[in-house]
Design a protein. Sequence first.
Length: 335
Amino acid sequence: MDSLSALSAFVRAAEVRSFTDAGRQLSLSSSAIGKAVARLEERHGVRLFHRSTRSITLTQEGKLFLESCRRIFSEIKNVELEFAQTKGAPKGKLCVSLPLLGMLMMPTLDQFMKAYPEIDLDLDFTDGPVDAVDSGYDVVVRTGDVIDSRLMSRGLGTYQFEVVGSPDYFARAGLPLNPEELAAHSCLHRRCATTGKLERWPIVASERSAPPPSTRVAASAFEPLIALAELGAGIVCVPDFAIRSQIEDGSLIPVLRDYIANTEAVRALWSSNRYQSPKVRVFVDFLAKHLLAKKRGNSPSSVLQGAAPSCSRKAVTKCRLQLANESRITSEAAS
């Protein structure tokens, strides 16, 4: 406590450039302020102030010491504030950096807002690198492996990609049974915002080298591609958590699941030099529980059995016949 008092005296004197004014603000004598500063100088072996009869000015060492002291008192204030928040419900503004893929996380974020109405979200979407320590973000969410000794991190789960299309599209164009057949389909691709190149679908060829999927549409975001797929414009490859409801209600049908190659990890990161505040803790816990919960049981045929009323009955019937015919052909070839 004596050390903190001395640091406080030094900071106040440095800010007002006067031992007398610093003492008046801290209810101490100017002599007490001067002695506290002298003890700091003796302890650290440096001169913190240039003194004259009229004023005091910081030395170069004093300027560096002042910056360090301000960081110390800022951390103390943050810890006190965050401990105070634990007495009630988490609240306040939460600044979060999300990848562009994070636009697909909106249903989960909507659930979080309903569960914690006193937390206000400030969201920034970018695929570029951000400095989680100095940028002002409370939490940074990213895919892939992130290594930074200054950061704390927690895995939020993993996701895979799904290749999907609507019943109307498959009734019209047929179901692709292997990656080689994608070249004959209308494929909808995402273009990487940073490189401008089309993102490769994580699909493994079956027996021979498969030609690349055709490119009917390219877009910089997944949302318009999903919408086009639901309208029957073609096939799209998207993260599975983005189309759970469409697969469940039958508006989109997954295909080629046996050929999906990779799994992507999602992590939450935050600065390690801060006590984890309640709002950060509940946000990360909520994402870990709800964002990437797996629901991957439906096959094309099972989805068709319970297709949504909005899907054309004729399209569903034709798609079922297509499935039965292709299943028969596959069985005959195997025998």
